[in-house]
Design a protein around this ligand. Structure first.
Ligand code: NAI
Ligand code: MG
Length: 352
């Protein structure tokens, strides 16, 4: 048996509902594929913050570094400023562990109502640069509270940061349909974005089988709604990739479906797997949360840990539960979180 130690942080809101649902599925898959998944649970997040004044302990990153992967629900609570919850847990993990790729699949699933009229299948991989860009600590505020109060925030792009994201995206495109679309805004953002364009271009030249198209992000947003089936792999900066992936998941049906992997492709640190959605305080505690984004993130984690068959098995199972119309309310189905999870568990046994 291959043993994998997995750090689990359910976090806040619906994270506490969808994480246990996904763990049930992962445990059943592990049993059937003889995988030894050891889950270690951490009660970090906003409740921890309200008790201790921090989102995780001082040595939180050291504790996480001992694991092979991190499985996260979501963080964020109406009682804690979002800057604290994001910069106190998720962003330090992404940066300290050099998880410089945020991979976000956008795919149509049978049995899920899409807001689009067209039924063309959508299969896109969004590669979001995850360590730098617009999410930076460089900047400041001056003249607080005065009429001439000023805020400045710098965007940071480095050649190394942009080129490694472009390499990853180009290699993916090369293994798929060979089309790479780079999100840019070099007409308005005249220093960092032309630099992004240049570095992406020289990097992708090393992949002769990949066609690179640079698209202004406003046009690309429209493209994602009007003709998403013509897109293959998208590479985008931290902010643009974040926005495009919420849009992409909504186009395929619901943000509750979308998974993501925060990858350290070099394997120096654990990678982190989490759904795209947040803690959804509006529906938390009601049994309404769609666990697909979390379960699918679990399948991506199995894939990353070197178990493609187990990943495929889990993927087949939740896709079949959706196809049978057993989804949660956000995708037009009748099920609660628990009922949908039971349907996935049943499908896991059927496909075995
Ligand atoms: P959100 O993703 O939590 O919710 C947006 C909308 O989608 C809500 O109407 C919610 O009910 C619905 N929704 C989300 N996930 C769903 C699911 N699995 N099933 C059914 N419906 C679902 O985004 P929002 O409201 O902007 O943020 C809420 C909190 O989450 C904030 O504190 C925010 O900072 C945090 N957040 C955390 C993230 C993370 O931990 N990675 C990512 C995004 C937001
Ligand atoms: Mg987002």
């Amino acid at each position: 048996m291959t043993a994998h130690s997995i750090a689990v942080i359910a976090g806040d809101g619906i994270g506490k509902e969808v994480v246990p649902a996904a763990i049930e599925c992962l445990e059943r898959i592990a049993e059937l594929h003889s995988l030894d998944l050891e889950f270690t649970y951490f009660d970090w997040g906003s409740d921890y913050y309200l008790r201790h004044g921090r989102m995780m302990p001082v040595d939180g990153l050291e504790q996480l570094a001992r694991h092979d992967a991190i499985f996260l629900g979501a963080v964020g609570s109406p009682e804690v400023p979002d800057t604290e919850s994001l910069w106190g847990l998720l962003i330090p993990i992404r940066r300290e562990f050099q998880q410089y790729i945020n991979l976000r699949p956008v795919k149509t699933l049978d049995g899920v109502r899409s807001p689009l009229a067209s039924k063309e299948p959508i299969d896109i991989l969004i590669v979001r640069e995850n360590n730098e860009g617009e999410y930076s600590e460089v900047g400041g505020r001056a003249y607080r509270g005065q009429p001439h109060e000023t805020a400045v925030q710098e965007t940071i792009f480095t050649r190394q940061g942009v080129s490694r994201a472009a390499h990853f995206a180009a290699a993916l495109a090369s293994s798929r349909r060979g089309l790479l679309t780079s999100a840019t805004k070099s007409n308005g953002i005249i220093h960092t974005m032309p630099f992004w364009d240049e570095v992406v271009e020289v990097t992708v030249r090393l992949y002769p089988d990949v066609t690179l198209v640079s698209e202004l992000v406003d046009a690309l947003a429209a493209h994602l709604v009007l003709k998403p089936w013509t897109l293959d792999v998208i590479v985008a900066s931290n902010l643009l990739g974040d926005i495009l992936s919420d849009l992409g998941s909504s186009v395929t049906g619901s943000i509750g479906l979308a998974p993501s992997a925060n990858l350290n492709p070099d394997g120096d640190f654990p990678s982190l797997f989490e759904p795209v959605h947040g803690s959804a305080p509006d529906i938390a505690g009601k049994g309404l949360a769609n666990p697909v984004g979390q379960i699918w993130s679990g399948a991506m984690m199995l894939q990353h840990l070197g178990h493609p068959e187990a990943a495929e098995h889990l993927q087949l199972a939740f896709e079949s539960a959706l196809r049978e119309g057993l989804g949660t309310r956000d995708v037009g189905g009748p099920s609660s979180t628990a009922e949908f999870t039971a349907a996935v568990l049943a499908a896991i046994d059927v496909y075995h």
